[in-house]
Design a protein around this ligand. Structure first.
Ligand SMILES: [Zn+2]
Length: 179
C-alpha cells in the first residue's frame, strides 16, 4: 500500500504523461498540440466520491481533481471491479475492469478526467461546438488514452475473473452491494 505522498506523485506524473502523449495525437484533433493541464489536484476529502475533469476558471485552463479516498480504498487482496459510466461500462476498450491494486482504478479515473479536460480545451480554444459530457468527442480522447496509457498495464483480466468468481460473496461486501 502506497503512502498518500506516493499516490499524489502518481497522480501528477500520470496526468502529465497522458497530457504529453495527447499533445502528439494531432491526427485525432489539431488543438491537442496545445493541450496543457493547468490544475492537477489529488483530493483526499472523505466526503468526495466523484472526480472531475474540466475547465478551471481560477487557473485559466483545463484541469483535473481526483477523489482519492474513494478511488484508492484498499482492496485487501480482493478482486474488485472498477466501474465506468454505465452506458459504456461493458465496452472492451473504454469499459470497467477488474483490479486488486487500487493504483489501476486510479489510472482509469485519471484517464477519464484527462479526457474531459481535453474536451474542454477543445471547446475553449476552437470554434467547435460543445459536445455532450460523455459524447463522441469525449470517447475519442478517452479511447485513445485507455488504449495506449491504461489498458496495456492493467492486471490480467481473465485471471482476475476466475479468482473473483471463487470469492464473490466477500467481494460483494467489499464493493458495498448486496447479492
Ligand atoms: Zn465523466
Amino acid at each position: 500500500m502506497w503512502s498518500k505522498t506516493e499516490y499524489n506523485d502518481y497522480v501528477q506524473d500520470t496526468a502529465y504523461l497522458m497530457q504529453r502523449w495527447l499533445q502528439k495525437q494531432t491526427h485525432i484533433a489539431n488543438h491537442l498540440c496545445t493541450f496543457e493541464l493547468k490544475h492537477i489536484r489529488a483530493d483526499w476529502s472523505k466526503k468526495r466520491r466523484s472526480s472531475r475533469g474540466g475547465w478551471y476558471r481560477s487557473h485559466n485552463g483545463p484541469g483535473i481533481s481526483i477523489a482519492m479516498h474513494h478511488t484508492c480504498r484498499p482492496t485487501n487482496g480482493q478482486v474488485l471491479r472498477w466501474y465506468e459510466y454505465s452506458s459504456f461500462d461493458k465496452s472492451e476498450v473504454i469499459g470497467g475492469f477488474y483490479y486488486t491494486d487500487p493504483v489501476h482504478a486510479l489510472q482509469g479515473v485519471i484517464a477519464h478526467e484527462v479526457a474531459h479536460a481535453a474536451q474542454y480545451h477543445r471547446y475553449y480554444t476552437t470554434n467547435e461546438s460543445r459536445d455532450k459530457p460523455h459524447g463522441r468527442i469525449f470517447k475519442l480522447y478517452y479511447h485513445a488514452l485507455r488504449k495506449h496509457c491504461v489498458n496495456p498495464t492493467i492486471e490480467n483480466q481473465p485471471v482476475l475473473l476466475v479468482r473473483r468468481s471463487r470469492n464473490i460473496k466477500a467481494i460483494a461486501k467489499q464493493e458495498g452491494y448486496m447479492l
